[in-house]
Design a binder for this molecule. Structure first.
Ligand code: PEP
Length: 244
């Protein structure tokens, strides 16, 4: 069983929720664990749409680094937990790029999530320039190291990692299964150096232009626990084909 996480980003509407509601029994019988990350205003509607299908889990796309208070526009981990959410995306490359989220901010967000019983899905990955200059492992090491230094619990079940090379997101250019396996193996090695050997079993998802045509090969690659899917998760038919 793999984990398939649908990141709707700033897309979707009540009509899309309705379309997913109509397909919920198909999703409920998926061989995979399905997580949905709609924008905040659609969370409650999607939870209601999935009533009676407890295997379909709903999460948020972002969480504040602050606990509570005068932070207009922010949403706290406590609020997400009270809403009955299980997971939250943290440190997506779009948040890092457009909203200035550093490795340290991402780590604090992951800590906040864990403190409220949410599983952070922490996104890491290198840009094209970093890959082309041979910096991929250095960048990933720093991203994982920041989590360890902030004392984020790097334990299976308490955190998920998503390896999302920035150059593969929304470009149609997915990393190859061999490239993904190599990087995931490296991340596991990095984790093993940071936590007890027995705890270095954290699931690592791959994200970046996953679609119905390439998902099978990606999920079959060694060290791949699942996929984080953006564009293709907005198409009910295509996501249905992936979630068989
Ligand atoms: C994402 O945004 O996390 C993502 C993987 O997007 P896409 O599948 O569209 O590349």
């Amino acid at each position: 069983m793999a984990i398939l996480a649908a990141n709707w980003k700033m897309n979707g509407s009540l009509a899309l929720v309705q379309a997913f509601a109509e397909t919920k029994m198909h999703f409920a019988h998926s061989a995979h664990e399905l997580l949905f990350f709609p924008p905040f205003p659609l969370i409650q509607a999607l939870q209601q749409a999935f009533e009676g299908a407890p295997s379909l889990q709903v999460g948020a796309q972002n969480v504040s680094q602050y606990e509570a208070g005068a932070y207009t526009g922010e949403v706290s981990a406590a609020m997400l937990a009270e809403q009955g959410l299980s997971h939250v995306l943290v440190g997506h490359s779009e948040r890092r790029l457009y909203f200035g989220e550093t490795n340290d901010i991402v780590a604090v967000k992951a800590l906040r999530a864990q403190a409220h019983g949410l599983v952070p899905v922490v996104c890491i990955g290198e840009s094209l320039a970093e890959r082309e200059s041979g910096q991929t492992f250095r960048v990933l090491n720093a991203q994982v190291q920041a989590l360890a230094e902030a004392e984020v619990q790097l334990r299976d079940g308490l955190l998920l990692l998503a390896y999302e090379p920035v150059w593969a997101i929304g470009t149609g250019l997915a990393a190859s299964p061999a490239e993904i396996s190599q990087v995931h193996a490296h991340i596991h090695t990095c984790l093993a150096e940071l936590v007890d050997e027995s705890d270095s079993t954290i699931s690592i998802l791959y994200g970046g232009s996953v679609n119905a045509n390439n998902i099978e090969a990606i999920l079959a690659a060694p060290h791949v626990a699942g996929a984080l899917i953006g564009g293709a998760s907005l198409k009910v038919d295509e996501f249905s084909r992936m979630a068989v």
